[in-house]
Design a protein. Structure first.
Length: 115
């Protein structure tokens, strides 16, 4: 049974995911140097997405969210490979993974205190 909170978190999760996808596929200038701030944004976005997934789908396994969102990160990079103004980056996927593992670590302890 879905609660009002679950419905709200599902809306937030899917809205946030679509915003991340929009930002990932929007043309931008190619920077010559790698920016550490960009990697932080990747990690933070996937941390937030996993946190929203956790509350949006409370009966699913947390590992399901990690695998789904890792797939999203790889999908983003593959699409960016095909865009003329974007590049494929393994470092971006690594930053996504860092955010997912930090989120999983955080949610492991949050689950114990919330439930």
């Amino acid at each position: 049974m879905q609660t009002n909170y679950t419905i709200a978190f599902r809306f937030l999760f899917w809205s946030t995911l679509f915003i991340v996808l929009y930002l990932a596929f929007t043309p931008e200038e190619i920077e010559i140097t790698q920016n550490i701030w960009d990697k932080f944004k990747h990690a933070f976005a996937f941390f937030v997405l996993l946190s929203l997934y956790f509350f949006a789908y409370p009966n699913s396994l947390l590992s399901d969210g990690v695998l789904f969102l890792l797939g999203v990160g790889v999908f983003i990079e593959i699409v960016q490979l095909l865009l003329p103004t974007r590049d494929f980056s393994l470092l971006d996927i690594l930053a996504d993974l860092v955010g997912l593992f930090l989120g999983r670590f955080f949610l492991f302890f949050a689950r114990k205190s919330l439930f």
